[in-house]
Every structure is written in C-alpha cells, then in structure tokens.
Design a protein around this ligand. Structure first.
Ligand SMILES: [Mg+2]
Length: 418
C-alpha cells in the first residue's frame, strides 16, 4: 500500500527507506510530579507505540527522551505534545525521522572511573581517548559520591583490550582510577572475589607486627621491601623473615590479631557482595594463625595461607609444609573458582604485592590495590584510593543500593572520614 501522509492510522508509516517513521520527543525542564504521565497522556490519544524511553533527573532538572512510532497524523500529535509541555512549563523538541535506535557497534565495554575528586579535565581526557579510538560513549551513570566519585560509562565500538590500555595510561596521567571490563553477562552474575590479605584486606603487614614484638622489625621490614619490589624470590624471603621470629611466644599472635585493622570499606564490600551470592577467598603469603580468624570474622568461604610452626608454645622460625607463593596464589584462585563452581573469567582478584601478579593476571578482573608502582603497571586495573568498598562500584553496584540494602537490614552503612 502506498504511503499516505494524511492517513488516519496509528500504525507506523513506512519511510521511503523502508524503516517505519518515528518521532523522537525530548522534554526538559524542572522536574515535578506528573510530568511523565502528562506527556504520555498526550501521546495516548493516538495510541502510538513506544519504542524507547530514557529519563534522568539531575539536581531537580528532568531530561525525558521518548521514541515513538509516528502516526500518519503526526503533526496533530506534535501539537498535543507541545501543548502538554507548555502546560508543564517545560521545553520540548519533536524530531521526525525513521527507524529505531541504530544497533550499538560491537566492542562493548563497561568503564568505571573513580576520582577523588573527579576533575572535569580528567573526564575530558578520558572521553577524548574513547573518541580517538573511534568508539562512542552510549550512556553515563553516576555510581557513587562517597568515598570517591564513581561514574560508569557504557562504551561501544572499540576492542575492550585496546580501550583498557588507552584509558589506563590516561587515568595514570589524570590521577584517577579506571576499570575497563567487556560488557558480557559474566559481569552480571555472582562472582568469586579473591583477596590478598596484608596491605589489602588489612592494613599493614602481619609479619612486621609479629617482628615488632620480637624486636626484629627493621630486619624483617627490609626483607619484605626487597620481596615486594620483586628483587627477592618470595619463598626465600618468607623463610628468611620467619627464621627471624624463632622463639617468639605464641601469645604474640593473639595480640597481633587483636591489633589488626581492616582496610576501610572491607566489611561494607563483603557484606554487600555476600547479599548478592558472591563468594570470597583469602589467598595470603601470611599466616593461617591470623587469616583463619579473619575468615571466620568476615564469613570468607575459602582461605589459603602459610602456617607458622609452633612447638611448646613458641615459634620455631619455620613454616609447615609448602609455601603459598606467587604461583601458589594463582593456583589457589583456580582451585577455589572450581570449588565454587564459578568460571575463572568471573573471578575478581585484589592485591598489592609482586607475589599477587600471577593471581591478578589469572582473574577475570585483576585489581592492583594501592600497589607498588611495578605491580600497578603490570596489572590491568588499579585502584589507588584506600577504600575497599570502591570495588563494588566496579561491579556495577551503586552506593545508593549499598546504603538501601543496609537500611533494610537495620544498619547504617559505615562511612569513615574520607
Ligand atoms: Mg599484600
């Protein structure tokens, strides 16, 4: 049937290109109750089909976009929409065109940017990198304002690995953090989070705390530094440090555990993600005497660490069995993923040291957390703010959702000073 511009029909008329004609209506202005219902009441007279809607409110200002199938009598519809907007004291644009939204190009990523603060020049620089790859930002959403400003960008049209390399370099220059993840279904399901312990899940290094009691803190710290810089084989450095602890009273371990301080946001992260069915593992080059107790406290599902040998209530200066080292940490991640029935692609690893690098590389999302420069450069994703709850933002969960879930459970989300 030939296209008739004046046809009294509610079915979309075909344009010459074959796509049905559509109207894009964009309404902006001060938000008030009833805006959406008034606009749609003006559309309902023609019974037009809705193809797409997007709406946001920023500081009380509403932007509402609606794509509808254009009726033959589209000018009459436009008049009704303009009258409705005038009554609401809002601005409206009605643009006639053809077809639905174009299909988003392949190469889709979810990009999270964390800034403290988030400077406009950082956003400009990051967006510039996206554009220089020929990619497009299809949507931007704020995830949090505390303890950092976090925004999530949906990007299409670039290979996620290329995008990650380009954005990581720019993030370092702009002093913001960025995570680039392929926008696959894997990122939507429950995942396994594998945590390093010393200087990641807890503040400081447990072995140095034990050494402080034994009066050999400086010697141990020196060996730790060498190991973290990757200058010493981890197993060698661990055995050397533990040997310095020979003769220390077992009761010191109790005191060290009581003195431990979790990294800010650790409990919020674990509590929030456990509500979503996430599983947790701790993989540590530290000691079971400490990590087993943290695991019970936080409800961690899997744990791997080294055991300090104790004879007659004193440390012998040896570890029992095989040492959990750099390769052992990556093996533990794979083992725990299998045990949890979660694909390796769906694992998230977090760590700060050189011995975490294999584990970070093995994970679907490997995050260097306030790491040494060498680790930060080698890892694909880095967080340089000392708040573990920022990890939930990378996983697509907003601060608002965290606080709401806590409120439902009758608790106030802890908010230590930033
Ligand atoms: Mg560590």
């Amino acid at each position: 049937m030939p296209y008739r511009d004046s046809a009294m029909t509610t079915t979309p008329a075909a344009s010459s290109g074959g796509d049905p004609r559509t109207l894009l209506i964009t309404l902006t202005g001060k938000d008030r109750p009833g805006v959406t219902s008034s606009l749609f009441a003006s559309l309902a007279t023609d019974g037009v089909d809705v193809l797409d809607i997007e709406q946001i409110v920023l500081r009380g200002r509403l932007v509402l976009g609606v794509l509808v199938a254009a009726p033959g009598e589209w000018r009459a519809l436009e008049d009704r929409v303009r009258r409705a907007a005038a009554e609401l004291d809002m601005q409206v644009e009605v643009e006639k065109g053809a077809g639905d939204n174009p299909r988003r190009p392949q190469g889709r990523s979810r990009v999270t940017v964390l800034g403290s603060p988030l400077a406009s020049q950082a956003v400009a620089a990051m967006a510039g990198r996206v554009a220089s790859l020929g990619a497009n930002i299809d949507r931007i959403e704020r995830m949090a304002r505390y303890p950092v400003t976090a925004i999530e960008l949906h990007v299409s049209g670039a290979d996620p690995d290329d995008l990650r390399v380009a954005l990581a370099a720019e993030a370092a220059a702009q002093h913001v953090d960025v995570a680039v993840q392929p926008a696959s279904l894997v990122t939507r399901g429950a995942r396994l989070v594998v945590m390093d312990v010393d200087s990641t899940l807890v503040q400081g290094e447990v072995i140095e705390m034990i050494a402080a009691h034994a009066g050999c803190e400086a010697e141990v710290a020196e060996v730790t530094e060498q190991a973290m810089r990757g200058e010493l084989d981890f197993e060698e450095s661990l055995r050397r440090r533990v040997s310095l602890l020979a003769g220390v009273d077992e009761a010191v371990l109790e005191q060290v555990y009581l003195d431990l301080v979790l990294t800010p946001g650790a409990r919020t992260m674990v509590r929030t993600l456990k509500r979503l069915g996430y599983r947790f593992a701790m993989v540590s080059g530290g000691f079971t005497q400490i990590t087993d107790r943290i695991a019970v406290d936080l409800g961690i599902d899997f744990s791997a660490a080294n055991e300090l040998e104790v004879v007659d209530g004193r440390l012998t200066g040896r570890v029992v069995g095989q040492v959990v080292d750099r390769a052992g940490k990556a093996d533990a991640l794979r083992r725990f993923a299998r045990a949890a029935g979660i694909s390796e692609q769906a694992t998230v690893a977090v760590g700060d040291g050189a011995n975490d690098l294999d584990m970070l590389a093995a994970a679907g999302l490997g995050i260097a957390f306030n790491a040494k420069p060498r680790v930060r450069e080698a890892a694909r994703t880095a967080i340089n703010v000392p708040y573990l709850d920022t990890i939930v933002y990378l996983l697509g969960i907003s601060r608002e959702e965290v606080e709401w879930a806590d409120a439902q459970a009758g608790i106030t989300t802890p908010a230590p000073p930033v």
